[in-house]
Design a protein around this ligand. Structure first.
Ligand SMILES: C[S@@+](CC[C@H](N)C(=O)[O-])C[C@H]1O[C@@H](n2cnc3c(N)ncnc32)[C@H](O)[C@@H]1O
Length: 216
């Protein structure tokens, strides 16, 4: 972990080195269960006619889960060429489940789409918390640029801030739902916030699944 922290602390290129050196301790081999839980049981009317974006997508598991459950197109984006190559291989092995998923090598912070191509949904898991804290504000403005008004943002907030150790040397840099609210600003409202019932064992009681809707 020390090598990983050293690689990615401030330098976005460090991610490519981490992928090349196969230092990917975050990789769970599938989506975190709370993503399916919120899509299947929250009752939130997430559009079935749009397109989803997963930034910092790694192997792309979450894009597949979203596409499969909602029946929409999903775009997985990652800054690392090695991650993108790995995700593309995973898409092939996933067959029909990945038929509507594409993968792109791009820096989320410089990613642009035309207004008519904005996304109806964005999902963040371990991307926000992987960033240096000073980039959170840019994350918020990019989310607002890339998701259309009326669209949704789902954030699986893990690791949560531990009051006994609020600023451990990250990444990850633990967060709370209010840290996302701070940088999303008035354009967004929180419509759902729950301790998931389906967390993997090591995350039990230590994460929140939060849904935001773009209102402006
Ligand atoms: C902690 S990993 C999480 C990967 C994935 N969400 C998962 O849970 O398996 C963070 C990912 O974000 C990618 N990343 C870091 N900075 C990025 C950026 N500016 N734009 C796009 N991807 C980025 C890294 O290459 C890495 O794959």
């Amino acid at each position: 972990m020390a090598r990983l922290k050293q690689l990615i602390r401030e330098d976005p290129q460090g991610w490519e080195t981490a992928w090349k050196e196969n230092i990917t301790p975050w990789d769970y081999g599938q989506s975190q269960p709370p993503l399916s839980e919120v899509l299947l049981t929250s009752g939130i009317p997430i559009h079935k006619d749009g397109r989803a974006l997963v930034p910092g997508s790694g192997n792309g598991y979450d894009a597949i889960t979203i596409s499969k459950i909602l029946g929409i197109e999903a775009l997985a984006v990652d800054i690392s060429a090695t991650a993108v190559g790995s995700a593309r291989r995973f898409m092939k092995s996933a067959g029909d489940d990945a038929a509507r998923v594409s993968v792109k090598e791009v820096d989320f912070f410089t990613f642009e789409v035309d207004d008519e191509d904005r996304f109806s949904l964005m999902y963040d898991y371990t991307f926000f918390v992987a960033l240096p804290k000073h980039r959170r504000i840019e994350w918020g403005s990019q989310a607002t640029k890339l998701v259309r008004p009326g669209g949704y943002l789902i954030t699986l907030v893990w690791p949560l801030v531990d009051p006994a150790n609020p600023n451990p040397p990250g990444p990850p840099n633990p967060a709370l739902p209010e840290h996302y609210a701070e940088v999303l600003g008035e354009a967004w409202e929180k419509v759902f916030d729950k301790v998931p019932e389906t967390s993997q064992e090591t995350h039990l009681g230590q994460e929140r699944i939060v849904v935001w809707r773009r209102i402006l």
